[in-house]
Design a protein around this ligand. Sequence first.
Ligand code: MN
Length: 739
Amino acid sequence: MGMMRQYELVDRVRSYNPNTDEDLLNRAYVYAMRAHGTQKRASGDPFFAHPLEVAAILTDLKLDDATIVAAVLHDTVEDTAATLEEIESMFGPDIRRLVDGLTKIKKLDLVSKKAAQGENFRKLLLAIADDVRVLLVKLADRLHNMRTLHFVPPEKRLRIAEETIEIYAPLAGRMGMQELREELEELSFRHIKPEAHATVTKRLEEVTAREGRVIGEIELDLKEKLAASGIQAEVTGRRKRPYSIWKKMERKSVSFEQLSDIFGFRVIVEKPEDCYRVLGIVHMTWPMVPGRYKDYISTPKQNDYRSIHTTVVGPGHSRVELQIRTDAMDRIAEYGIAAHAHYKDGRPGEPIQLGDESRAYQWLRRTVDLLNEGDSPEEFLEHTKLELFHDQVFCFTPKGRLIALPRGATPIDFAYAVHTDVGNSAVGAKINGRIAPLLTELQNGDEVEITRAEGQAPPAAWESLVVTGKARAAIRRATRAAVRRQYAGLGRQILERAFSRAERAFSDEKLKAALKRLARNTVDDVLAAVGRGEMYSGDVVKAVYPDLEPEKRATAEGKPAGAPSGKGWFELRQGENLKFKLPGEGPSDSAIPIRGLGRDLPVRFAPQGGAVPGDRIVGILTPGEGVTIYPIQSPALAAFDNEPDRWLDVRWDLDDKVAQRFPARIALKSINEPGSLAQITTTIAEHDGNIDSVSMNRPNPDFTDVTIDLTVWDLKHLSAIISELREKRVISRVERVIG
Ligand code: MN
């Protein structure tokens, strides 16, 4: 392969930019050539051939002088004696910045261990966001490296190919550079799945040999019809690439034979209105395939892609996909963000129709904003990758603002895309005027109105249900803050009690003075740590009053250790368990009041199920044994998911005259305080609950986990007891346990 000569590089640039600074290009050429000297690539070629090839790729994208020069210089600082200072003095600060950015991202390993990968991805995006030309050079660099990957030792190939298909190809796509993305994917695919690549390629050739004639017919027919209608159009046929076919086979899990639209046409016209005229002619000539028509002209993709897509059934039942767009749209489709970088130095060029701020830039900026919102690098990487790969849906606010979201997005994602405050206060949604659950998957064209209520915090569970990184990060922040506030409040209660038991004054100022001893930064940190159980209240008292004798706290109320006292207080040590059964009524033996079953079937409640009247219940039939009743929300039911025949529709059939109690189980977390268990048992008793047994476990000195088996009349009764318990200051959590 002959190396590009100095005059050839200048000629290439001058062909699209007559005002190019030839002297600058010449100086860069000579500088880089001298710097790389006799270095060789893995192929045995002189190393200098590589930066020249990278520059050549960028001249195909018609980029400005600074980008071309940066490409020629991109490996000098890392691999040779050249310095950034020297580059600045010779080529100016703009080019220094570009080369600096490229040098920084050169060594980033983007498929390494997760934490490092996230951090590296972050650095990459920051470098790109600084000047998108850094990405353009990097992508061209990667493209040339991929084209020559077979020279690299096999053990290194896979890592480079994976990094390319996971990071650089999607980034190119998101920046709107489809040609480049496809070539990167294709080259990676060849190395990552060589057998799949070979199979698909062979099949493609067979199909082309068989159906190529039909494609020719369609092309001819289409050209004639367009000419007859007086539409100036350029029609080009193309075969899909092996990787895009493979991806479709994987995504839809279909075989090669079931794939129909392997051939496509691109129709390029002059004016946007011509696109719709062509569409009309196409649909009147061949039947369209429903569901395949997409109008990305009226709603462009997030990467500025605009085009009309449709698929028709041509002669011989071949499906053919058509992309119809104008010349200007095609340029954006091919060059993407590079089209906006044309003639950056203010030289006359063809005007680009889109605004200064392309959507691809906006996406980049939003993503970089996310970087500053405190996500861990792994989380950030995961979300951004998700957004890179997802298709888009386009929705509207009631005022008509377009909100682009990844496919699978919900009204919650929508709300956060509008504004973080809207997301945090969202309580409901209307989709196209109808009330809809917040977890509805949004469809293209939906108009979404968010109902808000102030003082709301988003439920933590939303975090796993949303698909946008922005929503996820905001929900995590909001729930973290809310949980922290809760724990801090609880910690304050615990500390107030602990200090009063020790007969010492408690105040934020005193706590502040002891922060160093407690190894925390703020009073809130201490409160939250105590509330979470990470720090023991006694240690805080000791840190504030180091002179305090240790017995003070243990003997504060002088209770006997290890035995139930009159108040129901137990001195459990950390890690100890205690179980005891109280004399109670127990579940009654009267007939089980279930309707919907044959009389002769034995019926019982699931032992851990704890169904009480008011619960929605199901019966599970075990042939030869009878029917077992479970509450519908019982996790045990998952075991019968695949046996629908065993599920019986049953209902409660209570006899008002026969009073009957049912067993239930609740779990509580209680602050360790004299009398706390007494408060719990008293509350249950006052509300007519019957305790069967109590078991306790002390995870740390400040808390006790309590599990109580009790009997209640029905669900309403049980719920009333739970909400009374929730009101108690000593209890930090209560929930019903269903086995
Ligand atoms: Mn390079």
